[in-house]
Design a binder for this molecule. Structure first.
Ligand SMILES: Nc1ncnc2c1ncn2[C@@H]1O[C@H](COP(=O)(O)OP(=O)(O)OP(=O)(O)O)[C@@H](O)[C@H]1O
Ligand SMILES: Cc1ncsc1CCO
Length: 791
């Protein structure tokens, strides 16, 4: 049955919320305001009271031709003839409910992960409730809080299904437009929002519902205008930069800085020198007045205090409501726990037109738990240019805003276009506050030019960095100290030239180019395996970034050298003579104290034809199935191969159902024994980026698994071979191969052990899901280990 989910009311019978009013009266008032569906949710009253209340509610909802759904209780729904039910993950299963309810009954399911959403979709649910969107004072289980980013990932995963979607958790008037806007994936948007206390506890539920209807119908004032890339985007942008700079000087925007005390004075002078009007104000309540000047707000959390975040949130709300630009500079985001939490709170608390930071900061905002900044510096770079460009693009795409990742080369993206800026001078890196000033300058330009935010920020960066080049070139500048006054002078000189319509300072000076990432599959959830959401329980892998807890020692292991001489001799007589390793694998690198912080799952040739030949094949399949399910929950990238598929069959049907989704990176047929075929090699991280922690399962241990392991070790990756996930025709081959591979530097371990190492902490957002899986498969795991660990 099609149902209008746009304003979905969930009732709450707790006295503090109802404040002495009758539930039916409150619901009727809400219906008059435009509620489109009502869910009766009652976790306390006994069945008799529930049936009675539901019957009364149904009389009311029928008057407004709005469906009534009963939370959890199929029996109550049947007793009163309600239009349907809403079921949680721990309630009666969809299949059971479907059997009991009339044919056209509406059935909705609560989901908070891709897996749950896919299952509800496949089962045939009418809609899913996706949440928890935001933590609330009553719902403190933050593990299920997925935010807009997590919701977007789920929507993307079910984009091809017409199933209805509604977001739930902490949604109110001030965030509802942002929820709808920022959750949207390119092909699927939310159909509605579920509201509890913002309507039920409101003094006037009708007015509250009316207000929601109005907000839901309209995009937020900060919604971004789309500027699709042009044929020669960089050139087209450059043509517009001088006029944007003139415009900014003319507009003379106010820039409200909530900024750290270290750089406050310098940044105010920079803002003045470019022709803007700075005000430094850390007091959140002042924003309600300041935002009326239609300037920009900068949130720079460089010197955070216990009061900062609540002040920032007040100011962000004031500027967001008015649609005025807000810039976020998450200074030192990955340095401390306090700052990481502040990032989570601020990202959940408002919309930022621009997020600007150095590599470490932007990675933290993205949600990588592997970043550790030492103070406010970015720390050593672990990403190459393309990866930085992709990070900026993917974050901008996810947040539906603009992202600037600063460094010697700056990467600027609005989620579609990515521009690299190579102007600037190394002195900028030697003066504190030069990055912070870019946040302020960007705010000035965003306030002056609203229609193309990327162009606005680019204009600001170019003015700034060309001024820095001019300043550094002065003969009296001898270092960072004398550079600062010269720099402020040069900013002022450009501003004066621009005011006089003189663009000669700009001619031929900009060093920018567009970064094309066409060959990289666009996704809203994760590219390069970056986690999808800072708050998401869905994919929070620490992929593609090296873990800070990883230590590597480098030494030469003579036994490996000897061993490989023998190996080479044997392999010389095989058809793979050309692939004999020129240097022994892992001669120079041995990893100690490793943790699988950057995991990938490799499934090697688990095909039908081997079913009858391979030792304990069903046990190998059950371990693999468990690993695939965990990979889906944790969004670990998966690489699959088959050996000569035409002849030996596809990957076995038991595993096929788990081979869909964005985390499945490759499914390749091969003739090589190693899985590192040219196709797969292309998908591995570049040699100078963080190595993978490859977990291998499959067959045969002593042939394809061995050669894949050696190839990966040779390329600097870490390899974990699951004892309960690899096998051969001759069981004895397993032991020999595993011993050899351990000598070569691989970690020989078990599926359960590796899964808990990936989680690392019982507070991990996916702990419940993964430990549930481990529990569910306890018996098969025992069986597999029983047969495999002996050999
Ligand atoms: N080696 C360099 N060459 C050219 N420009 C540089 C160099 N280092 C930094 N910059 C410029 O300085 C600006 C500030 O970047 P940086 O990444 O150092 O900011 P930051 O770490 O946030 O600084 P801070 O916290 O001190 O304000 C960048 O826009 C960049 O263009
Ligand atoms: C050094 C420093 N410490 C906190 S903020 C800041 C200025 C650079 O962002």
């Amino acid at each position: 049955m099609p149902v209008d989910l746009s304003l979905y009311l969930v009732t709450d019978s707790t006295p503090a919320i109802l404040k002495g009013r009758d539930l039916c009266t409150v619901v009727e008032s809400a219906l008059q305001g435009g509620v489109t569906v009502v869910q009766y949710r009652d976790k306390t009253n006994d069945t008799g009271v529930q049936v009675e209340t539901a019957r009364k509610l149904h009389q009311v909802t029928k008057k407004y031709n709005v469906p009534l759904l009963i939370n959890d209780r199929v029996d109550v729904a049947l007793a009163i003839g309600a239009e349907g039910v809403h079921l949680g993950q721990d309630d009666m299963s969809f299949i059971e409910a479907k059997k009991l309810l009339p044919e056209n009954a509406i059935i909705g399911i609560s989901t908070s992960s891709i897996e749950e959403a896919r299952k509800a979709t496949a089962d045939g649910a009418d809609y899913i409730g996706i949440g928890t969107m935001f933590a609330t004072s009553t719902k403190t289980n933050t593990k299920s809080v997925i935010g807009t980013a997590g919701t977007q990932v789920i929507l993307d995963a079910i984009k091809d299904s017409p199933i209805g979607t509604v977001s739930i958790g902490g949604i109110n008037h001030s965030n509802v437009q942002r929820v709808l806007y920022q959750s949207q994936s390119p092909k699927k948007a939310l159909d509605g929002v579920a509201i509890v206390s913002a309507i039920v506890a409101a003094d006037d539920p009708k007015a509250s519902a009316e207000h929601f209807v109005e907000l839901i119908r309209n995009p937020p004032r900060f919604a971004q205008v789309s500027n699709p890339p042009r044929a020669n985007e960089a050139e087209a942008l450059l043509n517009e930069v001088p006029q944007i700079i003139r415009k900014m000087v003319e507009v003379h925007p106010l820039v409200h800085n909530m900024i750290n005390f270290v750089v406050s004075n310098f940044v105010a002078n920079v803002a003045l020198s470019i022709g803007a009007s700075p005000i430094m104000s850390p007091y959140g309540d002042e924003a309600t007045d300041l935002c009326k000047f239609d300037g920009a707000l900068l949130i720079n959390m460089g010197t955070l205090t216990s009061e900062s975040v609540s002040n920032y949130l007040k100011a962000i709300t004031a500027y967001n409501d008015r649609g005025n630009p807000v810039v976020y500079d998450p200074v030192g985001a990955a340095a401390t726990h306090i700052r990481r939490n502040a990032v989570t709170q601020l990202m959940a608390g408002g919309y930022f037109d621009l997020i600007k930071g150095n590599e470490g900061e932007i990675r933290q905002v993205w949600g990588s738990s592997a970043v550790q900044q030492r103070g406010v510096d970015s720390g050593p770079s672990t990403l190459d240019g393309n990866q930085k460009a992709m990070l900026a693009r993917d974050l901008a795409r996810r947040e539906r805003n603009v992202v600037l990742l600063t460094g010697a080369t700056d990467y600027l993206s609005d989620g579609e276009r990515v521009i690299a800026v190579e102007n600037g001078h190394p002195y900028l890196g030697q003066v504190t506050g030069t990055g912070c000033a870019i946040g302020t300058i960007s705010g000035c330009f965003l306030a002056a030019h609203r229609s193309d935010r990327l162009l606005a920020v680019l204009s600001g960066i170019l003015m700034y960095e060309i001024a820095a080049e001019n300043a550094a070139a002065k003969e009296y500048v001898r270092g960072p100290g004398s550079f600062v006054p010269s720099f402020v002078d040069e900013l002022y000189a450009i501003r004066t030239a621009a005011a006089n319509g003189d663009d000669s300072w700009f001619a031929g000076r900009a060093k920018i180019h567009e970064v094309k990432l066409d060959n990289v599959k666009p996704t809203t959830s994760s590219s390069l395996g970056f986690p999808a959401s800072p708050t998401s329980p869905i994919p929070v892998p620490r992929q593609f970034f090296s873990s800070t807890s990883t230590t590597r020692t480098f030494y030469t292991n003579p036994s490996i050298l000897t061993y490989n001489l023998v190996t080479a001799a044997i392999m010389a007589v095989t058809t793979r003579a050309s692939r004999i390793r020129k240097k022994p694998p892992n001669v120079t690198m041995q990893v100690t104290n490793i943790k699988p912080g950057n995991p990938a799952l490799f499934i090697c040739d688990i095909q039908d034809k081997f079913r009858n030949g391979i030792y304990e094949f069903p046990n190998l399949v059950s371990t693999t199935e468990k690993m695939l399910r965990a990979a889906s929950t944790l969004q670990i990238p998966v690489f699959i191969t088959t050996q000569n598929r035409a002849k030996l069959g596809n990957t076995v049907p038991e595993l096929q159902q788990h081979l869909n989704g964005p985390h499945i990176r490759a499914d390749v047929d091969k003739t090589l024994f190693s899985m590192i075929t040219p196709e797969i090699e292309k998908l591995l991280p570049a040699p100078d980026s963080a190595p993978l922690d490859v977990i291998i399962v499959g067959i045969e241990t002593h042939i394809c698994v061995t050669q894949t392991t050696l190839d990966l070790l040779e390329r600097g990756h870490r390899v974990y071979i699951l004892v309960d996930g690899v096998s051969s025709i001759n069981p004895e081959e397993r032991g020999i191969a595993l011993a050899r591979l351990r000598d070569a530097g691989a970690v020989v371990t078990s599926s359960e052990s590796v899964l808990f190492e990936i989680l690392g902490d019982a507070a991990h957002e996916s702990f419940r899901a993964v430990s549930g899986l481990v529990k569910e498969t306890k018996e098969t795991t025992k069986g597999a280990l029983g047969v495999f660990s002996k050999i």
